[in-house]
Design a protein. Sequence first.
Length: 450
Amino acid sequence: ATATSPRVPRAKALYGALTRPPSFRRMASAAAPAPTALPAQAEGMRALRAAVEDKSRRTKTIEGLRALREGPDAKSVFLLDQFGVLHDGKVAYPCAIETVRRLHESGARIFIISNSSRRASGTLKKLGPMGFDPDWFEGVITSGEITHTKLNSRNDLASRSADELVSESDAENDEGSIDPLDEAFGELGDRCLHFTWSKRGAVALDGIEGLVTVDAETFLERAAEKEAEKEATTKAAETDADTRDAKKDPDPEDDDEPNGAVDFLLAHGTECVNGAGETDKERALTAEDTPIEEMKTLLMAAAKESLPLVVANPDLVTVGGTDGLLPMPGTLASWYSEMPGAGPIYLMGKPSLVVYETLAELTKAEKSSTVAVGDSLEHDVNGAAAYGIDVVFVCGGIHAEELGYDLENFVAQNVGDGKNVRHVDARAIETLADDSNCARPTHAVPVFRW
């Protein structure tokens, strides 16, 4: 089996960091949850734990990205995060535009590797009007694209017989069995409760074959009915053995895709619960804006049925320009992981190695020539450390306040060319990483500048 499946059993932990960074803890309304760990197995887990525990791993502050294009150890492949690196969530950092241009002119291969819940094609369409030339980028990998691909291929695997899978597994004995993630998606089903965006624009589901969404109200009504039936069955079983036996094997036709039945949860956003339907047009009619705190009610109902949760964006928070830090779908996953009975959680983006493995197939590059750039210790730094590549930590992103910066100074127009943004002492960066139980970054810059 692959050693890097992002499947997270309920009893296992969730994120790359062993505890959440302070930036998330300040936003949380409840006490900090139990320690968490990278959603990968074997190689990735061992690599990350080794990096987290390696206190000889030192962070080197550099003036800008130019330092990584010079000398005998120069990097040729750059994996760039978006939010907090290229732009502030709304406007591009002028220094970032200049840096990407310089990297491209120097012959570097540039890829975007983003925990965006949207398709990859939309990323370059958004960056173009911001001032980035799409031709500067060789490719884009988003967690949303990986999610879309896996969901769309789930029926292919589900339709294949168990005999076919066993046969393939035997034939591929030297390379391992079927990818556990593919196998899990093949078992998901078709009916989902969908958390999405509204102000930011709903994430389109059209094109995913056979997917049906259920609205929140109908789902909760169905959950309440099932809970009542369960209580009634329990009471009857205590007093009447015949009733208990009769309840064991209900007629499957009586419960064939009942109204409100859900097979899994799908999290693309944190602003809205999508409406019911088989097309985006139908869903829009009953989609309902929902405060993220109220989504907990839906998660708790789902936990009672141990429903799987697919997370198209594992980020906990992101930069939002003048709006400050905004909660992301990873927050829903965090809450769900703490609920009794919660089903498996599938993180489709960083720090899960599914992203880096997908990218490796695209770049065909050596790890020694590759470097990641990002502003999240928990996702960018831990993911890179688990995969075994260097990483440039951008201090002026989601951890800016924790590193002593004033957040107002990191709105794009205030950052400007980035030359006046002061360095953070490397020891302070290492301390923050240690306190967050994250790996130490290999390099650090104040902002993404040349």
